[in-house]
Design a protein around this ligand. Sequence first.
Ligand code: CXF
Ligand code: ZN
Length: 379
Amino acid sequence: TTAGKPIRCRAAIARAAGEPLVIEEITVDPPQPHEARIRIICTSLCHSDIVFWKMKDLPSVFPKILGHEAVGVVESVGENVTQVSEGDTVIPVFLADCEECVDCKSKKSNLCSKHPFKVSPWMQRYETSRFKDLKGETVHHFLFISSFSEYTVVDIANLVKVDDPAVPPNRACLLSCGVSTGVGAAWKKAEVEAGSTVAIFGLGSIGLAVAEGARLCGAARIIGVDVNLEKFEVGKKFGVTDFINSKNCGDKPVSQVIIEMTNGGADYCFECVGFASVVHEAYASCRKGWGKTIVLGVDQPTSQLNLRSTEVLNSGKILTGTLFGGLNAKSDIPILLKRYMDKELQLDEFVTHEVRFEDINKAFDLLIEGKSLRCVIWM
Ligand code: CXF
Ligand code: ZN
């Protein structure tokens, strides 16, 4: 047995900003109390991995092991771990769900206050790393997951058990981050009602997952906005009914086009690009009186919004944002898994590519070039 001992294995290390990952041997220390060591089965690439791979300055720290969408099997557990045990299949999630704090218990929040979300290079509870390279140097964690490694250590607050052994790992891993975030934003954060009108800005995996969530909620009209006309075809698979090519609106702002199409604005708007200018456009596109705009896109940390206070006063609109789509990982991921197994939730259509671990840099190229939605990486 390997329990209690360091494990030597392969990991794809990001040594410097923007440089290809390097597969190296590392050692993975045993789990501390409230942690589990996981053997990764497969992982997928999320755009946030690319953001923090390119980012030179804090909170980005090198060398690190990226990756936060995955499925794994518990190899061993630390002290005080009762929720999972050796051999369990698990999905790691960057946003903790302690199930005990006011936020985790509330239906209105998923922002765990016992383990607040931050972009930290360490484990959640200890500000230490479990990884070293063969020279003995520290290798940092990412989003409390670091799944681009054959083995990793994750806090039990960030682990969701998969009970159904029939769930394919190359589908389950999508529920770790991106697809759950989009579906959850429509389902849990916006609470899209049957018959409503939805506008989605940006049809990458997150925007398409919002469409999928809105489709499941029975939205009557789902308007996709993107600069790439090809996104309409793929959007249709996820319930997009109308498409606006934002490069093709002439002098008209997209919001005016949407207001005209919908007789006053969409009931729900989702920003899935990560630009303040698009947040403005989304807010302007939602209906006065009850329109709700939800920000999912990740912008530069210094980027600011500029709203007229009288416009907020007069409009009656809601502007909000969400991490992980407002989902409580431990209770909501099993619901999404079941809906996939019941053939309600579409996941297969997100997986456009699958590569071997050795070819992980190819997954980066495909996503950067806009050629992939989700690329699954098999360990
Ligand atoms: C993101 C959420 C917003 C901050 C950066 C990380 N999570 C996953 O992709
Ligand atoms: Zn992500």
